[in-house]
Design a protein around this ligand. Structure first.
Ligand code: NAP
Length: 260
């Protein structure tokens, strides 16, 4: 997925200031690796959505920047030399902002984006373009459904009368827009054994997931396959990767971009 680079790879220097847009395991791992090195300062940026986020080594800042212009201002004010967008594949707005801000501030940008999951021949996936389409499919199927989407995506499921939802979230929500649901709080990674047990215990007949990719939450997909359950797989939003800046799929490759 590497695109043509507009900027040459970073040279080793003693005054690198790297801003990592985070909220993912990859962002955390990259910050932890880079923080050990001399001559490089790391600032991890978190949106501030989870109550007790894992705090990586190095500096951490929390909360939005105020759109692309705010992020560009931050890049200039903080003398950021390299920007790494390691946000989640579904974090479309901050990714678009990162491209615009890097362009306007003249800061080299790297997209660290984990590959999407690909269906195997023994998977039973139903493709949905977004949460609204996933909800339509749920309305059609009904029954006991394990819903593994973010709280911001649940509104689309509010009018469904013929389903019981099991919802898993990192933090307990204030309230959910679902008619019949049970909420459990847990933070990944999840093991196959635990996912098999959860699906059996709650007599789940259908799983709704988004195509996050990565290992941390893949066990539920494997568990559904083993149990022969259908999975409504929501596709990633179409955030264009800037063709002028590079993209990598692993923490190791992101590290090499910064320290060739
Ligand atoms: P989003 O829709 O793309 O972003 C919405 C706004 O939140 C952005 O415009 C930005 O505000 C702020 N923001 C997002 N990520 C930020 C970051 N790393 N640092 C500072 N501000 C940030 O993002 P989202 O889907 O709500 O995701 C929010 C965070 O949760 C991201 O960091 C992402 O990596 C993480 N996450 C998301 C998902 C998911 O499924 N979406 C799953 C796991 C983790 P301003 O415009 O004011 O700068």
């Amino acid at each position: 997925m590497t695109a043509t680079a507009r900027w040459s790879p970073a040279r080793v220097s003693t005054d690198m200031r790297v801003l990592i847009l985070g909220g993912t395991q990859e962002a955390f791992q990259l910050a932890e690796r880079l923080a050990e090195l001399a001559g490089i300062e790391i600032i991890s940026s978190l949106a501030g959505r989870t109550r007790a986020p894992r705090m990586p080594k190095g500096q951490v800042r929390m909360g939005g920047f105020g759109g692309a212009e705010g992020l560009a201002r931050y890049l200039r004010a903080e003398h950021i030399t390299h920007l790494v967008n390691a946000t989640h594949p579904f974090a479309a707005r901050i990714s678009a902002n990162a491209m615009a801000a890097a362009d306007s501030a003249g800061v080299p940008l790297l997209r660290l984006l984990r590959p999407a999951w690909i269906a195997r021949s023994d998977d039973r996936w139903l493709a949905a373009q977004d949460a609204a389409e996933a909800a339509d499919l749920c309305r059609h199927e009904g029954g006991r459904i394990f819903l593994t989407l973010g709280s911001g995506e649940l509104e689309a499921f509010s009018g469904i009368h013929n389903a019981h939802f099991l919802v898993r979230m990192v933090d307990a929500p204030e309230g959910l827009p679902l008619r019949d649901c049970r909420v459990i709080t847990a933070r990944g990674p999840f093991s196959l054994q635990d996912e098999l047990q959860l699906l059996a215990e709650h007599r789940i007949g259908l799983l709704v997931a988004k195509n996050s990719g990565g290992d941390a939450t893949y066990a539920k997909i494997e568990a559904a396959r083993r149990m022969g359950l259908p999975v409504i797989m929501t596709a990633r939003p179409a955030v264009a990767v800037d063709p002028r800046s590079p993209a990598v799929a692993s923490v190791a490759d992101a590290f090499r971009w910064l320290r060739p």
